[in-house]
Design a protein around this ligand. Structure first.
Ligand code: GUN
Ligand code: FE
Length: 456
């Protein structure tokens, strides 16, 4: 984690970072203004123009800019169910809670309400990029894409493909229907955002047990033909893994072995643009295959604890060269916050490091590492490395203004659970943010230079 103290960042009208100046004297508001003006004149920008805006942090309130969070896995359609999962585990959770809710979003008015709220809520927690699953319904999935574009959230939008396992009332009628519906959403995204500058479609086979072999084969071919990303779930739950083995005899589908990862690979779904959610129980051989194909993993610790799936070994994944990011996996996970996912990632890694779990000290993830997973790590997972996830010239301004407050007794702003006394150094302030921060500390959020959230 690199700290840029006394720095200024210039962002152009397209939201691109065009200059970063360090070691400026920003000790007073007037020195800050003059530093900004000298940067503008260096760039030959007309700083008399009303289109130039200067935003600065307030050091006395422990404010700082931080790259926007990237949620590499969440179900927009499941948002109304957050916190509602009882003692269920994956397969009964899907049948009891998830499929009925997703099916109900065929009602466009309901879908609009739910999707509007999920976008507003995740933006308020600093999520500037989201890899969304919608439902099998095309019109409401397309509506999710429209809403992301109008609220200004960077998004991958996936129309869910499933032609088996689901209840009769919530299934694609055939592999051909499922493929055609996916193509309809791709065409819609191309129409509303031709360069996919903000909103991009993503090919979304729900998970192997819910997709027939012909469906997975056609989606693999579609991915190859369009060069679009793919998202799915893998090796989340032990019963799910057994189900995959029984549904897809490996010799019959021409897989290289009897593993879960080999099923996706047999259908061309394991690519360098594939986001695999969970990967809790991957074997050593599967990790090698995933790494060989350059596929990515979305680690969803809140979900894995909540629906009792297991503890994914992030250090082990990283050591095998598998790019990893964080996912909230709402509503398998109960929180819309990537900061919460980061905190859970720390705790899960510490459980794995305990002697009872056979772990070691090195298995622990640090504050800095989970913040990496939430930003630059996530950017690689969603195939946006070098574009978002950090502050560098040439990257886009997807950012949050974080405020932790001050030691004053009477504050006019609510700083939530974070309590700053004034003696903390910046490393300690950031640690306080990771362990006790929430949306009350997220004062403003920008995507591509556009202000998309401001805390009242
Ligand atoms: N596997 C298949 N569908 C789902 C889903 O909606 N959530 C999670 N966590 N796992 C899944
Ligand atoms: Fe999921």
């Amino acid at each position: 984690l690199e700290y840029l103290h006394n720095a200024a960042v210039a962002v152009d009208a397209e939201g691109l970072i065009v200059a970063i100046e360090k070691d400026l004297d920003l000790s007073t508001p007037s020195l800050t203004r003059s530093a900004a003006h000298s940067l503008l004149s260096k760039l030959n920008w007309d700083d008399s123009s009303s289109s130039v805006e200067i935003t600065s942090t307030n050091p006395s309130k422990s404010q700082f800019f931080f790259p926007g969070f990237i949620d590499t896995h969440l179900h927009a359609s499941q948002y109304p169910n957050v916190g509602i999962f009882g003692n269920s585990t994956l397969l009964d959770w899907l049948n009891t809670y998830t499929f009925p809710l997703e099916a109900s979003l065929q009602d466009q008015a309901k879908a609009r309400k739910v999707y509007t709220r999920v976008i507003r809520k995740t933006l308020s927690h600093g999520t500037t990029t989201a890899a969304y699953y919608a439902t099998i319904d095309v019109p409401s999935t397309n509506l999710l894409a429209d809403l992301c574009l109008s609220f200004g959230q960077r998004a991958l939008v996936g129309r869910v493909c499933m032609d088996q396992l689901g209840p009769d009332y919530y299934l694609d009628a055939s592999p051909e229907d499922s493929l055609a519906a996916t193509e309809a959403t791709i065409a819609h995204c191309r129409k509303i955002d031709p360069s996919f500058g903000l909103v991009k479609p993503i090919i979304t086979p729900r998970f192997a047990p819910a997709c027939s072999a012909p469906l997975m084969k056609s989606l693999g071919e579609l991915a190859a033909a369009t060069n679009l990303p793919i998202q799915t779930h893998i090796s989340e739950n032990v019963n799910e893994i057994a189900l995959v083995k029984s549904l897809f005899p490996w010799q019959e589908i021409g897989a290289r072995d009897d593993s879960y990862a080999a099923v996706y690979d047999a259908f061309g779904l394991l690519t360098e643009k594939t986001i695999l959610a969970h990967a809790v129980h991957l074997t050593e051989d599967e990790a090698s295959l995933v790494a060989e194909r350059k596929a990515k993993v979305s680690h969803c610790p809140c979900s894995n604890s909540a629906i009792t799936s297991g503890a994914a070994k992030v250090r082990w994944l990283l050591e095998r060269g598998i790019p990893t990011g964080l996912g909230t996996d709402m509503s398998g996970g109960y929180s819309p916050s990537v900061l919460e996912a980061a905190r859970h990632a720390v705790l899960v890694s510490r459980h794995l490091a305990m002697p009872d779990a056979g772990g070691e000290e090195k298995d622990k993830l640090s504050v800095e590492e989970v913040l990496f997973l939430a930003t630059r790590g996530g950017a690689e997972v969603v195939d946006m490395k070098g574009r978002v996830g950090g502050f560098e010239v040439g990257m886009e301004w997807d950012a949050q203004l974080i405020g932790l407050g001050e030691e004053e007794e009477e504050e006019e702003e609510d700083q939530g659970n974070v309590d700053v006394f004034g003696w903390e150094n910046w490393e300690e302030k950031v640690a306080k943010w990771v362990y006790n921060g929430d949306d009350r500390n997220t004062k403003k959020v920008w995507v591509k230079g556009r202000l998309v959230h401001q805390r009242k």
